[in-house]
Design a binder for this molecule. Sequence first.
Ligand code: PRP
Length: 213
Amino acid sequence: MNYVTIALGKGRLVEETLSILEEAGIVFPDFSKKSRKLIFENKRQQLRMVLVKASDVPTYVERGAADLGVVGKDTLLESQAKVYEVVDLGFGICKFAVAGLNASYQNKAKPIIATKYPNVAKAYFQEKGQSIETIKLNGSVELAPLIGLSDCIVDIVETGKTLKENGLQVYEEISYVSARLIANRASFKTKFTQIGELINSIQEVVDQRGERS
Ligand code: PRP
C-alpha cells in the first residue's frame, strides 16, 4: 500500500484540522506544536502529514507532492490551482469583502485596490465590468487606504474587529470562505480506495459536528 500524504498549512487552521482528523481516527503520534519537524507519519495507517506555508498547500497538492491538503477557500481561489475540492470542513468561516474608509472608490474609473488576493479582486471586479488596479500586499492590508496607498481593499473579514479598529467598513461582500479539504486530481483516481475512505471519515466528522451545533 502506498503512503497518502496530507499537506496542512501552518497557522490558524492547524488546530481545528488536527482535531477533525483525530475525531476521524487519524493521528500523528510524533506531532507536537513545539516541534520544528515538517513531516509526521502514521505508519499503521500509511499516512504522512507535511506542514507547509498555508499559501503553498495548493501547490503541493496540485503537483501531487501531497495527495490531500487542507486550505482556506481564500487561499485556494487566489492560487487558481487545479485540484478537486472534496469537503467543506465548516470551520475557518469568514468572507471576502471590499472595504474602505468611504465609498468614493465606487466613483473612480479605475480604483486602486490593495490586497493579498489580487486574482480574487480582479475576477470579482471583472465580473462587474469594472476596471481596477491592484497592489499586492502580504499583510496588514487595512493600512493601505488609511495612508493613501489605495482607494480600498479586498480582504477576508472574520470578526470585523480589524476593520472596526481602523475605521474601515465593508462596502461589498464577495463570497463565503471556509477551510476546504482538497485532493490531487491524479491521486484521487490512483489511490481512490485509501483517499475515498479518508474523505468519507472526514465528511462524517464534519456532518456530526454540523448536527451538534
Ligand atoms: C486577516 C485578514 C484581516 C483579519 C480579519 O489577517 O487579512 O486583516 O485577519 O480578521 P477580523 O475580521 O477577525 O479582524 P491576518 O490575521 O491573517 O494577518 P495579516 O494581516 O498579517 O495577513
